[in-house]
Design a binder for this molecule. Structure first.
Ligand SMILES: C[S@@+](CC[C@H](N)C(=O)[O-])C[C@H]1O[C@@H](n2cnc3c(N)ncnc32)[C@H](O)[C@@H]1O
Length: 186
């Protein structure tokens, strides 16, 4: 099973009608569409991406699938956008997903980075409801990817020490495979 499928499998069992969820890296919109389907008509998804083109593409896909009304689209850095949400949505979010790196087929220089990802993860813990789920898929094959993956690992190890349940999945490969971290808030 690919890591993206694993995330969807886990969140399919976790999310319910009426929940609120966040896609912190909307990209081509696949994860946003998945989250919007899971939270149902009465749920809400916030989809964030730093690239306006990604947000527009995600919006078009949501429009054509009839899911647009349950999704708020935000063009911004995820650390900034999540930080702004804390006031109104503290401990209200059932799931937050991060699929780090760059958008395949797009400008590879526009990629997530360790500093802003670290800040975004810290904000995510405050936004998650008790029992809420955080998924982070990190890629190590591109420049900056290894440093970012190490930052995610440090965050997850610290969170585990603080009492949150943390799991890690790493496909067997000799060639810097992506790594998936899952956190369930205590
Ligand atoms: C691997 S793609 C995400 C794929 C997406 N989840 C999907 O289903 O298609 C990573 C995305 O992160 C976005 N990104 C890069 N830096 C970012 C930042 N600081 N804040 C938010 N998004 C960022 C990129 O523009 C890119 O679209």
């Amino acid at each position: 099973m690919r890591l993206t499928e694993k995330v969807h499998h886990i969140l399919r069992n976790h999310l319910h009608e009426g929940d609120q969820a966040i896609d912190a890296t909307a990209g081509n919109g696949y994860d946003t569409i998945f989250l919007a389907e899971q939270v149902g008509l009465s749920g809400k998804v916030i989809a964030i991406d730093i690239q306006d083109s990604a947000i527009r593409l995600t919006g078009e896909k949501l429009d054509s699938t009839g899911l647009i009304d349950r999704v708020k689209l935000v063009t911004d850095d995820h650390a900034t956008a999540l930080g702004k949400l804390i006031g109104a949505s503290r401990e209200k979010i059932a799931a937050i997903t991060f699929n780090l790196g760059y958008l395949p087929g797009s400008d590879k220089r526009i990629q997530t980075n360790a500093e802003s990802t670290k800040e975004a993860l810290a904000a995510s813990i405050q936004l998650l409801s008790p029992g809420g789920c955080l998924s982070v898929t990190a890629y190590r094959g591109h420049s900056g990817g290894t440093a970012e993956a190490e930052t995610v690992e440090a965050f997850m190890r610290k969170s585990q020490c603080e009492g949150h349940a943390v799991d890690c999945f790493e496909p067997e490969s000799s060639n810097s495979p992506p790594i998936l971290w899952l956190l369930k808030k205590s």
